[in-house]
Design a protein around this ligand. Structure first.
Ligand code: AMP
Length: 279
């Protein structure tokens, strides 16, 4: 396994893979890896000849009041686990490598980026799209693996890849959870024991919503009300949003239909957590 810091080294490595006719799988991450990230890595290693993983905490997707500076980091451990998974190349660029002085170009996916998480994080998806497009151009993957945990991100990146005629297949893989139901997230690190218990209100409310849908409830307003009541009964929780939308275009729905996305964002103390299900 090779670990590199420069765009030049990645491009040289990829050129050689292409010369040999190898397929490339890519998993972009912000590091502090957990079993959710590793599920993407495993899938890539299984399906592609070579797997590239990037670790980059992208400053462009954090607002000034957000947690860029304290985002958890453990590069040494990340390298060790990726080596065990059979990853071929790790790309760990510095901020100046990705955004050199005078950097000016940003991309976004209109409309899709302004909903759900985009309301409380207005520049977030512009930052995500920009870094992912840059990484796609550097790594030139055949398939790139993302988590359904960030459902809106997956929808937006699929649309970006399609609209910009990128030769990459964007795939979203299932959410990996703790036994308790809590969706794995690097930000769970910020929670103490009590807060982690409180955070179960996200997955619990969604699991109950699924049950209600399976029992025949189709009215979105009633389901939203139940999810909100469940979350609000947790004193440490503050709702950012609860939405029931079409999983393709993210438009709100009045009635549950096939492949409906139910997504929540909730602050536990000041830690913003997201979760979702598709029913
Ligand atoms: P991050 O490091 O948070 O930017 O995440 C990198 C990738 O891992 C993204 O595609 C996430 O959607 C994915 N991911 C994060 N948490 C999970 C999880 N619990 N299950 C599956 N994928 C996840």
């Amino acid at each position: 396994m090779k670990t590199v810091k420069s765009i030049y080294e990645v491009k040289e490595y990829v050129k050689e893979l292409r010369r040999k006719g190898k397929s490339i799988g890519f998993v972009p991450t912000m590091g502090y890896l957990h079993a959710g990230h590793l599920s993407l890595v495993k899938e890539s290693v299984w399906r592609c000849d070579c797997t590239v993983v990037s670790i980059f905490i992208n400053p462009a997707q954090f607002a000034p009041n957000e947690d860029f500076n304290k985002y958890p980091r453990n590069i040494q451990r990340d390298i060790e686990v990726l080596e065990k998974e059979g990853v071929d190349l790790i790309f760990i660029p510095g901020d100046g490598e990705m955004y050199p002085e005078g950097y000016k170009t940003y991309v976004g996916v209109k409309n899709l980026q302004d909903r759900l998480c985009g309301i409380s994080r207005p520049d977030f998806f512009k930052g995500v799209c920009t870094i992912v497009l840059k990484l796609f151009n550097i790594v030139t993957p055949d398939i790139s693996f993302f988590g359904q945990k960030d459902a809106q991100q997956a929808v937006i990146l699929k649309k970006m890849a399609c609209d910009l005629n990128l030769d990459v297949k964007v795939e979203a893989l299932p959410i990996i959870r703790e036994k308790s139901g809590l969706a794995l997230s690097s930000r769970n690190e910020y929670l103490d024991k009590k807060q982690k218990k409180a955070a179960l209100c996200l997955s619990r409310s969604l699991a109950r919503a699924r049950k209600a849908v399976e029992a025949g409830e189709k009215n979105a307003a009633r389901i939203l009300k139940r999810i909100k009541a469940e979350i609000e009964s947790e004193p440490l929780a503050r709702i950012d949003y609860v939405e029931i939308v079409d999983s393709g275009n993210l438009q709100s729905l009045k009635q549950i239909k096939d492949k409906t996305l139910i997504a929540v964002a909730v602050f536990i103390n000041n830690v913003r957590l997201i979760d979702n299900i598709i029913v």
